[in-house]
Structure formats: C-alpha cells, structure tokens
Ligand binder design. Structure first.
Ligand code: HGY
Ligand code: MN
Ligand code: MN
Ligand code: MN
Length: 408
C-alpha cells in the first residue's frame, strides 16, 4: 500500500478549504471550503481511474466498474465535512483510503465481479444545521422534505444552502438506492477513542455504533437587573439551566457506556449585569443500548420540567435528530477480521461511541467498519492525529475487505 500517496493526499486535503489558525479544519457542508475540498476529491478519484459523479444530494461518487455492472454495488467512503476547528483525519481518512484502495486495484489490473463505489457523503457531522448524515440519509431514501428546513445560525436552511450550491432539493429522491442495488457498506474511520492505543493496536473491527440523540433545551424566564433584583424574586433561566446541566452529567455517569455533552449554549440578551431572558443549550446523548438512552432521556426531561415548573420558567425541548444505535453485520465483521489476518494484524473488536453514515443503512444493506488508532483518543480537535503507518494498515485491511466483498 503506497503510504506516501495516501498520506500526501491526507495532508493536501486538510490544507484545502477551511484551515484554521490552530491547524484544524472547519469545513461546513455547502460552503466554498467544502466545494474546494470536493473538487480536490474529484481530482483524486479521476487519478484513480474512477467514473465520477455527484448525486442529487451532493454526494461525490467514484465508481470502479465490475465485470457484472448489474451486480449489487459494494459501497465504501466517509465524509469530508467537519466540526468547527476539527481534525485532518475524521472522515477524510475513509474517503482517501477508499480512493487509494480502488486506485491500487486498478493499477494491479484487478477486476471484481461487483462494482465498487467510494462516496464522500454530504454533511455527516451536522455541524452547520444541527442535523447530520444528510447524504447517507438521501442514499438510504430516508431524507424527508421537512429535514431540509433545519437552519444554520444565519437562518439559512438546508434547502436554501442546497439551492445555492446548485442542487435541486425537489430531486433528492433520485439519490436513493434500493436494497437490490447495494450489497454492503464498509467504512474506514479513525477510532476517536483510546481503546486501540491502550491495547497497542493500529486497527480494530467495529461491532456496533452508539446512537446519537440531539435535543435543544430553551428556557425562558424574565430579564432583570443583576444588582437590584433579590435572589428570591427572580425567574432566572440560567439558574434552572445550571441545575438541569448538573443533573444531566451526574445521571449519565451512572451508566457505563452512556455519554452526554452540552456542546452549545446561548444566553439572551447576554449582558454581564442582566438576568437572562432566555437560555438555550444543546444535549448530545448516546449509548449503544437504546433502552439506557431512552431511560436517561426520560429522567432528564422529568427533572427539567420539575425544575422549571418550580421556578416559573417556560421550558421547550425540541429534538434535532434521533439516530438509533446500529449493529455491524456479523458477516462483514468476519470478512474484516479475515482482512486483518491477511494484513498480519491481530483482531480486536470494539464499539463505536461516535456516529457514522453507516447508521442510516439499517434498511438498505449490511454494514461494517474498520477503525484506525487515534493518538490519545483525541478527535474533533486540531490535535487529532493518526500515524502514516496506522493509516496504511487500515487501508490494507480495507483493501482485503472490499476485494473479498466484490469478488464473491
Ligand atoms: O458526532 C459524531 O459522532 C460524528 O462525528 N458525526
Ligand atoms: Mn466527526
Ligand atoms: Mn466522522
Ligand atoms: Mn463516519
């Protein structure tokens, strides 16, 4: 596996579109930064000898034809959009390693029975609109018109952003694939956790993906003077929000695999000497076990309503996205494990705490994921890093996996 080409492309892509002062990448979907990166990915796909197109949802697709063009396609890929000030590897590694693998097959004159497509999915992260996995939902045929009404902080909706990017939102159904058309989906991705590093392993096999629930809590009280208003005469939404946040963290810690994050908060009007009128914050709640996530969600909502009722605060909770935890297919796991052995690597199976596009394919095709070690388990940060050797090892396992899936 020619590491230099994969590594060189990883570094080159990270410098295209959205580089931040801290060395990270901010590349939101349907922005100029993402367009530049998509154009670069298209160039790589063409260098790899793939037929390239963009579908109605803006997914960039590179196809390697099979002996039987009507045989169900083997899908691979990931995303090139990022979180704010994200890392160089999250998503990009999966897209570029897939291109590298197909280029290697073409350079070795390998023709598979099934066609193989590498996809750079539109907006996996949801960082701009608070609603993610847009491209994979479209491919699964589950992206609904109402989803396109989610808006960014400038109140631009997904629908408007798609139109500005030259796409016709009325045609998103054209991006959908049917189960007969797709054999499997396999994604290579950085682990974004510490398990592989703690075991001294470069690559892991994913058994399942924890499901993210994203909600927005809006608390409305009464603005007032910070100095002249006694503590017992306030309807302060920040005090209620603080109690609710404290409960979220303390309650979630009772469960082994559950995680909760309050990643965004907004105070209105936001004056240092003004009791807030309104406080908004987001909740990202996950667990590989849906029953645990549901139980936590209910407990948090009950507590929040009790706190707000007792303090005369109006509470609104809106759900931004609710993605069920997804198992990876045992059959594909076995093929990936075989790929690890062919690459001379030990086999370690682990759960993904992070969400991925494959979660959208429950009704479409079996899914599998390969993880590459993350230094210190850091991701969604400019400090995100995986070694060239580990990226190469992951690409090698992907190579064996795709070959096995596409030749059968
Ligand atoms: O949020 C996630 O888990 C992924 O990075 N989209
Ligand atoms: Mn991510
Ligand atoms: Mn990702
Ligand atoms: Mn992913």
């Amino acid at each position: 596996m020619t590491r230099d080409r994969l590594w060189a492309r990883l570094m080159e892509l990270s410098a295209i579109g959205g580089q931040t002062h801290s060395g990270g990448v901010t590349r939101f979907s349907f922005t100029e930064a993402e367009r530049q990166a998509k154009n670069q990915v298209i160039a790589y796909m063409k260098e790899a000898g793939l037929d390239v197109r963009e579908d109605a949802a803006g997914n960039v697709i590179g196809r390697k034809e099979g002996r039987d063009p009507l045989a169900p396609v083997v899908l691979t890929g990931s995303h090139i959009d990022t979180v704010p000030d994200g890392g160089k590897f999250d998503g990009a590694l999966g897209v570029l390693a897939s291109i590298e693998v197909l280029q290697q097959m073409n350079e070795r004159g390998i023709t598979t029975t099934h066609p193989i497509e590498v996809i750079a999915f539109t907006d996996e992260e949801g960082a701009r609109f608070g609603f993610g996995m847009i491209g994979s939902r479209a491919l699964a045929g589950t992206l609904q018109a109402e989803h396109l009404e989610h808006a960014d902080e400038r109140q631009i909706t997904i629908r408007q952003a798609m139109q500005e990017a030259g796409l016709d939102p009325a045609r998103i159904a054209e991006a959908a694939r049917s189960p007969e058309q797709v054999k499997a989906y396999v994604e290579l991705h950085i682990e974004q956790g510490k398990i592989l590093e703690s075991r001294g392993l470069p690559v892991g096999v994913v058994s399942g993906i924890a499901g993210p629930l994203w909600q927005q809590f809006t608390l409305t009280g009464e603005a007032g003077h910070a100095g002249a208003t006694p503590m017992n005469a306030r309807r302060d939404p920040m005090q209620a929000a603080a109690e609710i946040m404290g409960y979220i963290y303390q309650e979630t810690k009772k469960y082994t695999n559950a995680v909760a994050t309050v990643g965004k908060a907004r105070v209105i009007p936001g004056g240092i000497n003004v009791i807030p009128q309104q406080v908004e914050f987001t909740l990202d709640l996950r667990d590989i076990d849906l029953a645990v996530r549901d139980r936590l969600e209910q407990a948090i909502h009950t507590f929040a309503h009790e706190v707000c009722q007792a303090s005369g605060i109006e509470l609104r909770i809106s759900t931004l996205q609710r993605v069920a935890p997804s198992p990876c297919s045992p059959g594909i796991r076995a093929i990936i494990e075989e790929g690890c052995k062919r690459a001379g690597l030990p086999v370690l199976t682990l759960v993904s705490g992070a969400g991925h596009d494959g979660m959208q394919f429950g009704g479409l095709c079996p899914i599998g994921m390969i993880f590459v070690r993350s230094r210190d388990g850091i991701s969604h940060s400019p400090q995100e890093w995986s070694s060239p050797e580990d990226c190469r090892a992951g690409a090698e396992v992907l190579y064996h996996t795709l070959l096995q899936l596409a030749v059968e």
